[in-house]
Ligand binder design. Structure first.
Ligand code: UDP
Length: 452
């Protein structure tokens, strides 16, 4: 049911969390709902504000006092708590103004869909008698593992000693203790405080997940037992939505021309997403590991992502000369196009959930170097359940990086993963077609919103 260009249905208000990995799926969901006839308003923080010009058919309303001048952005957990406190009052005003603006028109607000990190929304929606739906942007398996932390703590399993790092985490197969989605930004108590707020659903009428039944069938069955509202797995949203970038940084598209010159499946694409950091030492190890692998590489080094450096000025002398045309470094890439390019044979990734889904959708196998939180769970599923990637365990060291890149790009082991990746990609595609699980879920979600 595509209604682009026809008379609009009622309005859906979206409230994304101000992080790249949360903005992307929320705006993709917006595009999906827009193409099904709904009008879309995005109420957003000023910090990491989405660019309205990339979505001219949506309305954008910034929340007052939510720039980095108003909220300290150093510690992620403290940031989320402060952001919610700051957003609350402004949100009510924004909604009231929006409702006023729509008065008398056919597209009054049907419902609010909010990122689970923007939990302040729930109360306001209830007060204003507006139905609300949660969007969760991490995998269901990560979400379940995060909820299980409370029990693990109560039973004295966490914090865990170094000696248990590789032991299986109780009742969380295939996770080991080291794969638990713990924060590196704050202590366990503070982290669990936020997790308990974010996981709680008091009044929302449904929960949307950017996932796919064929990837997370058993986790979806478990989560349906934990929550009494409909759960809609409608991923991969970037595939279902019409293409449109919501990058906060400018994408350097020159890398696509460089990729055109490389041979099929030869390039390792390297990116650690929008939040992860590295030390200079790790950057240097990565640089020599990539160079010594003798494989072409496309490497995203986000400005500011190297502690103590602006960008790549700290790369060792002689490195650039030694790689010549074989390596290409950018500040930000058009990642979906990169992964879809035939030259890319592997993705060395931090395993953020969006990156993981994007890689799976293109059948590109991964080298997993998870940094924190849900990335660890995703990495374990990639390597041990879907078997389309290798996890680089231990320290980032040039010899290890060289070996793992060659295993994935050159060796038979990597070829086998590419074959499995192709099969998985086809299974995921089937889920998005007519009669597929994501398509069915989406139709049910639309029916629900239309019933409000
Ligand atoms: N991304 C991009 N260009 C880059 C690196 C990342 O467009 O150079 C996008 C990527 O496609 C993904 C998002 O940024 O949609 C990152 O989200 P993810 O969940 O993978 O990781 P996070 O940034 O939240 O850690």
């Amino acid at each position: 049911m595509k209604k682009e260009g026809r008379r609009r249905l009622r309005r859906v208000v979206l409230v994304p969390a101000p992080f790249q990995g949360h903005i992307n799926p929320m705006l993709q969901l917006g595009r999906i709902l827009y193409s099904n006839g709904f009008s879309i308003t995005v109420v957003h923080a000023q910090y990491n504000s989405p660019n309205p010009s990339t979505h001219p058919d949506f309305s954008f309303i910034p929340l007052p006092d939510t720039s980095s001048d108003h909220i300290s952005t150093g510690d992620l957990v403290a940031f989320v708590l402060e952001l919610n406190a700051k957003c609350k009052a402004g949100f009510r005003e924004c909604l009231a103004a929006e409702a006023m603006r729509q008065q008398g028109s056919d597209d009054g607000i049907a419902c609010i869909i909010y990122d689970d990190y923007m939990y302040f929304t729930q109360e306001t929606a209830k007060d204003m008698n507006l139905p609300s739906i949660i969007l969760r942007t991490i995998s269901v398996s990560s979400f379940l593992a995060r909820n299980a932390l409370f029990q693990l703590k109560a039973e004295g399993h966490i914090p865990f000693p170094e000696s248990k790092t590789h032991d299986p985490a109780p009742e969380l197969y295939p996770l080991r203790f080291k794969d638990l989605p713990l924060s590196i930004f704050t202590n366990l108590e503070n982290f669990l405080q936020v997790v308990s707020i974010v996981s709680d659903n008091k009044t929302s009428l449904a929960i949307i997940h950017n996932t796919i039944d064929c990837l997370e069938n058993s986790s979806l069955a478990k989560i349906r037992q934990q929550y009494q509202v409909p759960i809609f797995p409608i991923g991969p949203m970037h595939r279902i939505a019409s293409a449109s970038s919501s990058s906060l940084l400018e994408e350097d598209i020159s890398c696509l021309a460089w990729l055109d010159k490389q041979s099929c499946n030869s390039v390792i694409y390297v990116s650690l997403g929008s939040i992860a950091f590295m030390d200079v030492k790790d950057l240097v190890e990565m640089a020599w590991g990539l160079a010594n692998s003798q494989q072409p590489f496309l490497w995203v080094v986000r400005p500011g992502s190297i502690r103590g450096a602006e960008w790549i000025e700290v790369l060792p002398q002689g490195f650039k000369e030694s790689i010549g045309e074989r390596g290409y470094i950018v500040k930000w890439a058009p990642q979906q196009e990169v992964l879809a390019h035939g030259a890319v044979g592997g993705f060395l990734s931090h395993c953020g959930w969006n990156s993981t889904l994007e890689s799976i959708c293109e059948g590109v196998p991964m080298i997993c170097i998870p940094c924190f939180g849900d990335q660890r769970v995703n990495a374990r599923y990639v390597s041990h359940i879907w078997r389309v990637g290798l996890e680089l365990e231990g320290k980032l060291e040039r010899g290890e990086i060289e070996r793992v890149v060659r295993r994935l790009i050159v060796d038979e082991e990597g070829n086998e993963m590419r074959k499995r990746g192709k099969i998985l990609k086809e299974r995921v595609e089937l889920c998005t077609r007519d009669g597929g699980s994501s398509n069915n879920s989406l139709n049910k979600l639309i029916e629900l919103i239309m019933s409000f």
